[in-house]
Ligand binder design. Sequence first.
Ligand SMILES: Nc1ncnc2c1ncn2[C@@H]1O[C@H](COP(=O)(O)OP(=O)(O)OP(=O)(O)O)[C@@H](O)[C@H]1O
Ligand SMILES: [Mg+2]
Length: 282
Amino acid sequence: MNVVFENLSRSYGSVRALDGIDITIGPGITGLLGPNGAGKTTMLRILATLLPPTSGTARLDGWSTSHDRERVEIRRRLGYLPQDLGLYPRFTVFEFVDYLAMLKELHDPRQRHRRVREALEAVDLQDVAGRKIRTLSGGIRRRVGIAQAIVADPQLLLLDEPTGGLDPEQRVRFRQLVGRLGEHRTVLLSTHLVEDVSAICTSVVVLWHGRVLFQGAPAELRKRAEGLVWSAQEASSDAVASWRTDNGKLRVIGARPGPSATPVEPTLEDGYLLVTSGSPIR
Ligand SMILES: Nc1ncnc2c1ncn2[C@@H]1O[C@H](COP(=O)(O)OP(=O)(O)OP(=O)(O)O)[C@@H](O)[C@H]1O
Ligand SMILES: [Mg+2]
């Protein structure tokens, strides 16, 4: 499915959270990167049909989030993990995911229960299916949230910071799961972990102050920093960013900090830091 934003803006009072977004996002896994307040959650909530745009349109294939009947068609095809998922604390894990599956129009109980068990297995939660949600840790709750997002086999999967709070083993598991899901679906996920994007995303969108600064393949974003990353003893004052690494030297992004600096292969994070730095080098 294709997600299309056309000159879309959203304001909250005087805050312009999204400012003229014009992009198309196709099938595969797209990572939404951007600093706190960039507009990632706003963008996902608009697509999830929970928030109307102030102007412009968001469409999923032919359906617009601004039309009542078309919104229903979008909701039928949607799985959404909100950033702050309000779980029902008194439900058990199974009951909660089952309840969400019911709302997703999975009416046949046997078939629905099978889907719930599969979703719980996908996030390795089959052993806590009978536990009350209020007794679970933050990372486990996050996984319950992922399970409810995938239970009805959505064609469009929206995940707002799905890996926040997951331990490293579960992050790897999550990447495998989303990698599989993204083979035949459109997945849009926001994250602060550039590694998530390197590991699973086929495309990346960088949001900054409500605008799209970059859209393309992760390798392209990495290339933006080519020739601009150095290993050095000292940083120059005009560096975009610099930090000390485990070899005791500084990693510097920007113009060559000095004659003794040696060039280093850029990472995706270097590319991200460079495009969001607002530096004239870009
Ligand atoms: N309900 C709201 N009322 C007022 N302002 C809001 C509301 N929700 C978001 N904003 C503002 O809109 C802007 C974008 O917020 P949004 O939550 O979309 O950012 P984000 O990229 O998801 O950030 P984060 O990485 O911190 O989750 C911010 O300036 C935020 O303060
Ligand atoms: Mg957010």
